[in-house]
Design a protein around this ligand. Structure first.
Ligand code: ADP
Length: 398
């Protein structure tokens, strides 16, 4: 049996998952959160065929290294045994690979320094990823560690798609361009769609909508990302849980001059006080649709903005691709909200998109078709699995 440990590290938390790669099944997953706070919180879930068991504990964890020691204790105490299921490698989710990294990469000292160097353009994410890498390397010193980059799948964007129309010397000096994110998910979902339809991915034009708290859309031609909605950072594009997505950049200048907002306040406004939360006071799409359906006008208006932006991008990607074979919905909202899917695709019959209402309403954890049999475009719901994709890519290089 071959197992891979997948780590997704944030600044005060990390998620882990142990995956058995022959059958591609999860053996255990967990979350260590509030690292550095007085009371940190650990959840360890042991997954088996008969269901899963979850163990929780609260204790003080000062840093990521201590967090990994606690994770190892949880494996020892609750299983599965890491002697029996010894990972052959550790796969790390790394948010920003810049222009340098476009493939899963074995982490050497030099690679780690380069990932750290990219903190200049990904200050929120890359330093936290490096903390996780360093701590994991201490806990697992004898096996390879591999970085899998969120930006990597978008390395195929053509220059016309990734170039912002600003002074090109300024752009070059500061590495300003569209990078795109959620790449691991867009890659997994577009490949899963082709596999599910028993089609060669090279023949398919797809639009993938990853709608979670963060949200992005990607146009995928023949398995390659050719346009994507997130940009230099994960702020651009669609309306998200707390992020604005697209906005006239001059609004920032205006708010700076007229409302005296500092750079940090503007950053907070756009990343944490905007999106459906800024519009409605609600962060969760379930609450937003419930409220909207109960006649709350503010919630309805926020949902309208959300859906309007989805349509705007869908239309753009139709024209960029010229022909669309598949539209695939994924992530928390894409997989679970029949209402958002129905509203996003309403009225597109003239473009060959016809959703079957009953299929769309059916709940399932499996990949499924929700379009009508006579729809030119096949509409799918594809549950994403970023951890499995990271594990696959990790295994591919060790
Ligand atoms: P993250 O970006 O944090 O990984 P997820 O992919 O888990 O996010 O998606 C979280 C979003 O999914 C939340 O807005 C949540 O409201 C939404 N969601 C989850 N289940 C449902 C559901 N049944 N109906 C509507 N939205 C849902």
């Amino acid at each position: 049996m071959t197992a891979v440990l997948v780590i997704n590290s944030g600044s005060s938390s990390f998620k882990y998952q142990l995956i058995e790669m022959d059958a591609e099944t999860t053996l255990a997953r967990g979350l260590v959160e509030r690292i550095g706070a007085d009371e940190s919180h650990v959840t360890h879930e042991v997954v088996s065929q008969n269901g899963s068991e979850e163990y929780e504990q609260a204790r003080s964890i000062r840093n990521h290294t201590e967090g990994f020691a606690v994770m190892l204790d949880a494996f020892r105490e609750h299983g599965p045994s890491l002697d029996e299921h010894a990972p052959v490698a550790v796969g790390h989710r790394v948010v920003h690979g810049g222009k340098r990294f476009f493939e899963p990469t074995i982490i050497t000292d030099l690679v780690r320094i380069n990932i750290e160097d990219l903190a200049e353009i990904a200050p929120l994410h890359n330093p936290a990823n490096v903390q996780g890498i360093e701590a994991a390397q201490k806990s697992f010193p004898d096996i390879p560690h591999v970085a899998v980059f969120d930006t990597a799948f978008h390395q195929t964007l053509p220059p016309a798609a990734y170039t912002y129309a600003i002074d090109k010397d300024v752009a070059e000096k500061h590495r300003i361009r569209k990078y795109g994110f959620h790449g691991t998910s867009h890659k997994f979902v577009s490949e899963e769609a082709a596999r599910f339809l028993e089609r060669d991915i090279a023949d398919l034009n797809q639009i993938v909508l990853h709608l979670g708290n963060g949200a992005s859309m990607t146009a995928v031609r023949g398995g390659e990302s050719v346009e994507t909605s997130m940009g230099f950072t994960p702020l651009e594009g669609l309306v998200m849980g707390t992020r604005s997505g697209d906005i006239d950049p001059a609004v920032l200048v205006h708010l700076h001059h007229k409302a005296n907002l500092s750079v940090d306040e503007l950053d907070d406004l756009l990343n944490r006080q905007s999106g459906i939360y800024g519009l409605s006071g609600l962060k969760d799409m379930r609450d937003l649709t419930d409220e909207a359906n109960e006649g709350n006008d503010t919630a309805r208006a926020a949902l309208d903005v959300y859906v309007h932006r989805l349509k705007q991008y869908l239309g753009g990607y139709f024209f960029q691709l010229g022909r669309v074979d598949v539209i695939a919905f994924t992530a928390g909202i894409g997989e679970n909200s029949a209402q958002v899917r129905a509203e996003a695709l309403a009225g597109l019959e003239n473009f060959g998109v016809k959703v079957d209402a009953a299929r769309n309403e059916q709940r399932s954890h499996d990949t499924r078709v929700i379009s009508a049999d006579d729809s030119d475009v096949t509409v799918l719901v594809v549950p994403t699995n970023e951890e499995l994709e990271i594990a696959r890519q990790t295994l591919s290089v060790v």
